[in-house]
Design a protein around this ligand. Structure first.
Ligand code: FES
Length: 184
């Protein structure tokens, strides 16, 4: 298994080498068992935080299976992500209630404010931006979720202030901010 880790040309740091060696051990643990690929991908994502293509190739080589099989599973299941995630996850609701009350404008505002595409991560690694289908706040739509905090009746004008809480503070005073979101 160590051989697998050393064989990968993508390891450019001790830290990365250690991560690949951890994945090699995971492959060894599950190889030949039922549902091995899912288990390996699941644990490998816990190690790396995401499943970049280099890692998918490493797993395919280690398990002696085609890369297409690995990529197919990664793209099929929504809990696997090939993209690096930001420190915070923003989810703008595009469920029916939120969409008709201005949710689309919030999506545009996020694109504009953070220069990030949907399902992308900002260059500074602060935010990953995703679309949600309903986050249970339909009565006070449109709603935005940042990590575990829900903001209601959000407007494009309020967004920069909300985002600043996460950009500037390690631990945002989410309760206070969420209250502000409810005021509109
Ligand atoms: S539709 Fe957005 S919270 Fe339900």
């Amino acid at each position: 298994m160590q051989k697998q880790a050393e064989a990968c040309c993508c390891q450019n740091s001790e830290e990365e080498r250690a991560l690949y060696e951890a994945v090699a051990k995971i492959i060894e643990k599950y190889k030949g068992t039922d549902g091995a690929l899912i288990m390996v991908l699941h644990e490998a994502q816990e190690v790396f935080g995401y499943l970049p293509m280099e890692l998918q190739k490493f797993i395919a080589d280690g398990m002696d299976i085609p890369i297409a099989e690995v990529s197919g599973v990664v793209s099929f299941y929504s809990f696997f992500t090939p993209n690096k995630r930001g420190k915070h996850t923003i989810r703008v609701c595009q469920g029916t209630a939120c969409y008709v009350r201005g949710g689309k404008k919030l999506v545009d505002a996020i694109h504009e404010n953070l220069h990030v595409e949907t399902n992308g991560t900002t260059e500074d690694g602060q935010f990953t931006f995703e679309i949600a289908r309903c986050i249970g706040a339909c009565g006070l739509a449109p709603a935005v979720m940042i990590d575990d905090d829900v903001y209601k009746q959000v407007t494009p004008q309020k967004l920069p202030g909300i985002l600043a809480l996460y950009r500037d503070a390690e631990e945002p005073e989410a309760e206070e901010a969420a209250e502000g979101g409810d005021e509109a």
